[in-house]
Design a protein around this ligand. Structure first.
Ligand SMILES: [Zn+2]
Length: 385
């Protein structure tokens, strides 16, 4: 009986937090009405959540009639994690707050070796700790991550293999790490209004490589050995002799990454593929016919892979991000047309394909924050008073 009571209490606290996350600051009266919990239960649960520092009073509601003004409650603006979006050439970092706020801090060139990277990351974290009080560090990684062991199993575009992040940080922080597309899917599911009631969706990240985050039945799926979503390495050209760094040939990534488009164009300004692709996008927006034509072909290549994913997984939404976050509308129109014309009709009946809602900070960084918030809440709420 005791166990049931605790489980129910944790569930009720979680419901109140979900209401505050989804609909913004609320009074106790609104929380009671919307959750269906008795006002006395809400008062008791909120008191405990306030004692844990999870919820704070941010203001008093405006009331025209006389009477006691209700306190408006919100998740606390409490720093909980340093967050890193590890890119192949550039890494950005920020601070995640419990109420969902993300402060971008800075950006640096990604060192080549994991040892150099994590040494630098640790220095940055130690500096941030002098300003913000947090215990967690959350990494978005462009590769396969064993998030239980905090191990980067394979990040081919970085050339990193079997990197034990926990060991490189010497256990001084609570470390979280996950694949960037999984995290982007988490971020989009948490904040995009049109995904509120959606259970099945795929997030496609197109940068130097191509990765996807897969949400099935409301959960981001990671698989038996954390490689769910490696659709970048699905073969789309059976006779291709072009080799992929994964060891296979004819992978989708070879045709749908930004490298493909950049190489087609030739000379572009920029020190890395991301900057060069930005240049390509702006030239197309300014009316450069060759840039437009290459992007149209790129949209086709992206759409072919999405067609396969849609046929196999039947998501309601495909969200496209990474370097395509700022692609022009016609790019997405083209992707939509190709997928609708080539995929199974039943799989595209309710399908929507759109760019991510995130630009700055990136979906990867916001996802690293969401992951940390979830972990923090689970730990604090599950520790019963
Ligand atoms: Zn491959």
């Amino acid at each position: 009986m005791k166990h049931d009571h605790i489980t129910m209490k944790i569930g009720n606290k979680r419901n109140l937090i979900e209401l505050l996350m989804a609909s913004g600051p609320r009074t106790r009266a609104s929380l009671s009405r919307e959750s269906g919990l008795a006002p006395s239960a809400v008062t008791r649960l909120i008191r405990e959540l306030m004692e844990d520092g999870i919820i704070s009073v941010i203001q008093f509601e405006e009331k025209s009639e006389p009477g006691r003004k209700g306190e408006v409650l919100s998740l606390s603006e409490k720093p909980i994690a340093a967050i890193f979006d590890i890119g192949v050439t550039k890494t950005s970092l920020g601070v995640a707050f419990l109420n969902g706020k993300v402060d971008s801090v800075s950006c640096f060139n990604t060192p080549e070796t994991p040892q150099d990277f994590f040494r630098l990351a640790k220095e940055k974290v130690n500096i941030m700790r002098t300003v913000y009080d947090f215990q967690m560090v959350s990494f978005s990684v462009p590769g396969i991550v064993n998030c239980e062991k905090k191990e980067i199993v394979l990040a081919p575009n970085l050339g990193w293999y079997n990197v034990k992040v926990d060991e490189l940080f010497n256990g001084s922080f609570d470390i979280l790490a996950d694949n960037e597309a999984n995290l982007s899917m988490l971020a989009e599911a948490r904040y995009a209004k049109d995904l509120t009631d959606v259970s099945n969706a795929v997030f496609v990240i197109v940068r130097e490589g191509v990765g996807t985050g897969v949400m099935i039945a409301g959960k981001v799926t990671r698989g038996n050995s954390f490689s769910v979503g490696e659709f970048g390495h699905m073969v789309v050209s059976i006779d291709s002799e072009q080799s992929c760094h994964c060891g296979n040939k004819g992978c989708w990534e070879l045709y749908a990454s930004i490298r493909w488009a950049n190489q087609r164009y030739g000379l572009l300004n920029g020190n890395n593929h991301i900057d060069k692709f930005e240049e390509l996008l702006s030239m197309a927006k300014l009316g450069d016919e060759r840039a437009k034509s290459i992007l149209e072909n790129h949209a086709y290549n992206v759409a072919v892979g999405i067609t396969n994913i849609v046929n196999g997984l039947n998501p309601e939404f495909v969200i496209v991000g990474g370097s395509l976050s700022s692609a022009p509308d016609w790019y997405f129109t083209r992707v939509n047309e190709v997928v609708k014309s080539r995929a199974l009709k039943m799989a595209t009946r309710d399908l929507k394909i759109r760019p991510t809602i995130f630009t700055e900070p990136s979906s990867n960084l916001v996802g690293a924050a969401v992951y940390a918030i979830e972990r923090y809440l689970d730990r604090v709420i599950n520790t019963d008073h």
